[in-house]
Design a protein around this ligand. Structure first.
Ligand code: ZN
Length: 293
């Protein structure tokens, strides 16, 4: 399932073909993805210019000249494919094999610059929604989201406040989209390892009783920002390198320190630990029991 860096990579891949371009034709091949597509979906997009393509957590937000915003979510298996001047590339594609089944091409945008942008989603957990810009604050999908981890407002004080008094594990707290938006299993594991904090540690231990941040909170925020930036950078470079050849993301997986590496040596300098896998709230957690305390 794509997390923040993958969605940001997709955004960067779509930006040059969508921003400033008009929807010349919109083809919705089904009436529903995870939810029904908006009423008059194609008609409301056709002729509109994309004035900006942004991201909030794992949602892509295309601002339209009509005053509406097209909100798009990749779900579990969604991907976009861009064909321009006859050559195709996929910005941040996750499942190349399945995504190449044309039967799963559900929505096709023909942009005024000649680009064809196709949304493919075999499992159909993805979604598209049209929302009036002035009602975006009230949108239930976005309203409950916590801060953007790469935003300036997300700092140790903010994370400590959110974790104050929390009896759940740090792993569970960081996976909670209300605490911080866009992190999933992979980047939570990776950030905790970089911060040398155990995923089993109580979330409240990064804050004082009054909710002030301690040194662990500082370390954790630095680690979260660093791991996301590195992953976006890796995704961005894979995008550039493979632009003309139907490229896919995935370079960053070679940089995983703990995720999916149980039984391997811990990569922390000087640590003799072995990466372990445990299950927390139904999901695998990978960590080093020696250097993560
Ligand atoms: Zn270690």
């Amino acid at each position: 399932m794509p997390e923040l860096p993958e969605v940001e990579t997709v955004r960067r891949g779509l930006e040059p073909v969508m921003e400033g371009a008009r929807f010349e034709a919109v083809e919705a091949r089904r009436r529903d993805l995870r939810w029904p597509l908006p009423k008059d979906f194609a008609a409301r997009l056709q002729g509109q210019t994309v004035t900006g393509l942004g991201r909030r957590a794992k949602y892509l937000l295309a601002d339209l000249s009509s005053g509406e915003v097209l909100l798009m979510h990749l779900g579990m298996s969604g991907s976009f494919r861009v064909v321009r001047d006859g050559s195709g590339h996929a910005p941040g594609k996750y499942d190349r094999e399945r995504a190449q089944h044309l039967a799963h091409d559900h929505v096709v945008f023909r942009m005024s610059n000649g680009a064809l942008v196709t949304f493919n989603d075999p499992r159909r957990f993805g979604s598209m929604k049209l929302i009036a810009r002035e009602k975006l604050d009230q949108e239930p999908l976005l309203r409950a989201l916590g801060p953007e981890p790469l935003g300036n407002e997300f700092d140790a004080a903010m994370l400590a406040r959110a974790c104050k008094g929390k009896k759940t594990s740090l792993k569970a707290a960081l996976s909670d989209q209300r605490v911080v938006a866009g992190l999933g299993n992979i980047y939570v594991c990776e950030a905790l390892h970089r911060a040398r904090l155990s995923p089993k540690r109580r979330a409240s231990t990064i804050a004082s009783r009054s909710g002030a941040p301690n040194e662990r909170a500082e370390r954790l925020v630095d680690a979260i920002k660093a791991v996301l930036k590195d992953a976006i950078k890796a995704g961005g470079s894979s995008l550039r390198d493979h632009k003309q050849t139907n490229g896919e993301l995935g370079l960053f997986q070679h940089n995983f320190r703990v995720y999916d590496r149980d039984g391997k040596h811990c990569p922390t300098a000087g640590c003799t630990g072995t990466i372990r896998r445990i299950v927390q709230t139904g999901r695998s957690t990978f960590f080093c029991p020696v250097c993560q305390r």
